[in-house]
Design a protein around this ligand. Structure first.
Ligand code: NAP
Ligand code: MG
Length: 487
């Protein structure tokens, strides 16, 4: 594998690389330098998707018959191949969507670890023994794969998210059709090259690129796809859920967040400041678990604000390939424009801009989709920037008097993905654990940490209330079968 530029990525169908039936492509642009084309991505058609789904459907019978251990061997192989190619995959990711190289390497290493984790799951229990009322009978549960699973993924974690869906899908005996975000399909193709090299039976894993409105919608509507796992925005997620429900397919949605950090009067100030910066601004704020609302108790407010601004103003912004860069550009021009329009909205609605708020004017950064790390204060819960997911490097400071008020503000959004609190008081920690409506609650740690062996997912409108990762993944990718045996 090599880092090539301006190559057209093909679809991977039935164990082979295929050009689309249609010649149209999208150019994938380096957001650090808009003049660099990282590669071309096919705008495939429904006919291409049909071929992939047919291949996955043909492959499913033999794949589910293999033992979990045998399926696991394939995942171990992909893990080793991905590990060998970590630098190439990470560099492609940085050039395609802008996150810094250490973050891209960390994400790729996470992909390797996830593959190994699920390879091991092939040997773990998938059911339980339940006492029957008939003392001469045996009753137990086992699990069946869904069949063909459609995987629709966003651009912000172009390696880890496809892998944390594909790996459990495969280990539990499903076959897969991946539709990666068009924005980062060159990186997804690098991952698919690893799957190709691992030599899975033809049709077990397939990838078709193309716009969400065509290939994504095609997955929603396809009668042969038994389950759809989606990560992305809540607008598209709702569409996926409605479409899947309408034709009786199983679905799983992981969507947006508007994640708070609460900083209590008794917090460790340095820890809280560093975690707010890291949780809110790493990856240019483009994580579903990124901190965006910073709810600070009044006695510590001024000291917190002063230290936060001082540190934010020192952050090194630039091309993610350069060693000194701490924060890269927004992933695309449309993402940059969205962030800038939220900043304008914040100002219009009466929030006070403390830092940042603009693009960079120096010629080097003006070539890319860079926005300054931005901090607002005087943000009220009813403001747009306190309610909607911005998905950019924007922090909203909200001052509160009591911890009760802090929790009320923290819960006052439609999302419930991740939340963190900085406090040294055990009662405050317990109230937060009990009363915070979020799928991930983190004490004295940033909102954006996720461990692959633990359940991941949101409450309220952040998810379809299912969980991914760890052993929780088995719930979506299989169906329980209750078995009764009488000799
Ligand atoms: P998005 O616009 O919803 O896109 C997600 C995926 O859906 C892409 O592959 C997209 O394809 C596809 N899509 C678009 N329109 C579609 C349609 N009509 N039918 C079916 N599929 C369609 O989200 P994004 O901008 O890529 O990603 C950012 C969002 O993801 C944020 O809201 C973030 O919070 C969320 N996210 C959530 C998690 C989580 O686990 N909770 C993790 C990461 C990100 P194209 O882009 O190729 O058109
Ligand atoms: Mg790009």
């Amino acid at each position: 594998m090599s880092v090539q530029t301006a190559v057209t990525c093909l679809n991977f169908i039935n164990g082979e690389w295929h050009p689309s039936e249609q010649e149209a492509v999208d150019a994938s642009i380096n957001p650090a330098n808009r003049n660099e084309v990282v590669g071309y991505v096919q705008k495939s058609t429904i006919q291409d998707l049909d071929k992939a789904v047919e291949a996955a459907n043909r492959a499913k019978k033999a794949w589910r018959k293999l033992s979990g251990a045998a399926r696991g061997e394939y995942l171990y192989k992909v893990a080793n191949i991905l590990e060998k190619n970590i630098n190439i995959v990470a560099e492609t990711m940085t050039r395609e969507m802008g996150k810094t190289l250490p973050e891209a390497k960390g994400e790729t290493a996470r992909g390797v670890a996830i593959l190994r984790y699920y390879a091991g799951e092939g040997l773990r229990k998938i059911g339980e023994n339940i006492p029957s009322t008939d003392s001469e009978a045996l009753m137990f549960t086992t699990r069946s794969p869904l069949g063909v699973v459609g995987v629709i993924t966003p651009w912000n974690f172009p390696v880890a998210i496809p892998i944390w869906k594909i790996a459990p899908a495969l280990i539990y005996g499903n076959t897969v059709v991946l539709k990666p975000a068009q924005e980062t399909a060159v990186t997804a193709s690098k991952v698919m090259e690893c799957f190709a090299e691992a030599g899975f039976p033809s049709g077990v894993i397939n990838m078709v690129t193309g716009p969400g409105s065509v290939i994504g919608q095609g997955i929603i509507d396809h009668p042969t796809i038994d389950g759809i796992t989606f990560t992305g925005s809540d607008t598209v997620g709702k569409r996926v859920g409605q479409g899947a429900l309408a034709r009786g397919a199983k679905y799983q949605l992981e969507m947006g967040g508007k994640n708070p950090v609460i900083v209590a009067n008794d917090a460790d100030l340095d820890l809280a400041v560093d975690a707010t910066i890291s949780g809110g601004l790493k990856s240019t704020g483009q994580k579903c678990t990124a901190t965006s609302r910073v709810i600070v108790q009044q006695d510590i407010y001024e000291a917190f604000k002063e230290r936060l601004i001082e540190k934010v103003n020192q952050l090194q912004v630039g091309d993610g390939l350069q060693a000194e860069t701490w924060m890269g550009p927004c992933a695309s021009e449309s993402q940059l424009n969205t962030v800038l329009s939220y900043i304008e909205k914040g100002k219009e609605e009466g929030a006070t801009l403390l830092s940042g708020g603009n693009r960079y004017e120096n010629p080097e950064l003006a070539q890319g989709f860079y926005v300054q790390p931005t901090v607002f204060e005087d943000v009220k819960s009813e403001m747009t920037i306190a309610q909607e997911e911005i998905f950019g490097p924007v922090l909203a400071l909200m001052k509160v008097e009591t911890m009760e008020e802090a929790l009320e503000v923290a819960n006052d959004v439609k999302f419930g993905l991740s939340a963190s609190i900085f406090t040294t008081n055990i009662s405050s920690m317990l109230s937060f654990i009990n009363e915070m409506d979020a799928g991930l609650v983190r004490i004295n740690a940033e909102s954006a940490g996720v461990e692959l062996q633990a359940p991941f997912g949101g409450m309220k409108q952040s998810s379809s209330h299912s969980r991914e990762q760890g052993q929780a993944a088995i719930e979506f990718f299989t169906s329980i079968k209750t078995v009764f045996v009488k000799g």
